[in-house]
Design a protein around this ligand. Structure first.
Ligand SMILES: NC(=O)c1ccc[n+]([C@@H]2O[C@H](COP(=O)([O-])OP(=O)(O)OC[C@H]3O[C@@H](n4cnc5c(N)ncnc54)[C@H](OP(=O)(O)O)[C@@H]3O)[C@@H](O)[C@H]2O)c1
Length: 217
């Protein structure tokens, strides 16, 4: 039977690279994002390049509770909680960035975990993969709010890891360093920046090899 992965933020960057990596091995993919044109474009790519993979698309704004509720509960083997926003800024800037990033980077994942994990726990198997960031190990001044959300997510992950121990559901936090995606559109990418495909390989390998805990990329 085909294995099935749900990926949030699947239309761009790391999420898209992960979707392609799983699809290349015939997995079914449920892809969640807001921009319907990107989701339709993905469907065209799938028909041409990944005919063995069933792609389901879900248009949802995960920063809203209603958006999370519209994600089908589905029969997933792997949940890949990847979607996040990075908006650079400083504490005393006019715009207060924390609240908006918290809605997506933290609260959406908490809500998705509550919505989707019961089915995996009920089956006694599955794999929850969360995308963190090495930003929680070293960061720059303009990253405070983003890094705080990633710390919060890491805290949630540590709790989920403890709560799910013995349930049959595996838990992995993949923490990439700087990766060349749209997040870097307005910044100078650092030397040695990762490619999304490199992160996707780590995610895929963690699932196939049942690696758990925190993996730094
Ligand atoms: N890039 C890096 O340097 C880097 C480094 C470390 C960790 N990370 C982490 O890696 C993950 C992916 O980052 P990325 O750079 O690949 O992101 P990205 O290229 O900016 O793509 C973000 C994805 O999330 C979707 N998305 C954004 N807001 C959404 C919302 N409110 N509801 C639903 N979907 C939403 C986007 O599609 P729509 O806009 O159409 O919704 C898109 O598919 C994040 O968790 C990030 O924190 C990234």
């Amino acid at each position: 039977m085909k294995r099935h992965v749900l990926i949030t933020g699947a239309t761009k960057g790391i999420g898209r690279a992960c979707a392609m990596r799983f699809a290349s091995q015939g997995w079914s993919v449920t892809a969640v994002a807001r921009t319907v044109n990107d989701l339709h474009q993905m469907q065209q790519v799938w028909e041409k390049d990944y005919p063995e993979s069933i792609l389901k698309i879900v248009e949802a704004d995960l920063s809203e509770a209603e958006g999370v509720s519209s994600v089908p509960e589905g029969d997933y083997d792997v949940l890949l909680l990847n979607a996040a926003a990075f908006t650079p800024g400083h504490l005393l800037d006019e715009a207060d960035l924390y609240g908006a990033m918290h809605q997506l980077n933290v609260l959406a994942n908490h809500r998705l975990a509550r919505r989707l994990l019961p089915a995996l726990v009920g089956k006694g198997k599955g794999h929850l993969v969360v995308i963190g960031s090495t930003g929680t190990d070293h960061w720059k001044k303009h990253m405070t709010a983003y890094v705080a959300t990633k710390y919060a997510l890491r805290g949630l992950f540590l709790g989920w890891e403890t709560e799910l121990a013995g349930s049959g559901v595996l838990t992995t936090l993949v923490a990439p360093g700087a990766t060349l995606t749209a997040s870097w559109e307005n910044e100078t990418p650092p030397p040695g920046i990762l490619l999304p495909e490199e992160v996707a390989e780590v995610v895929f390998s963690a699932v196939v090899n049942k690696r758990t805990g925190r993996i730094l990329v």
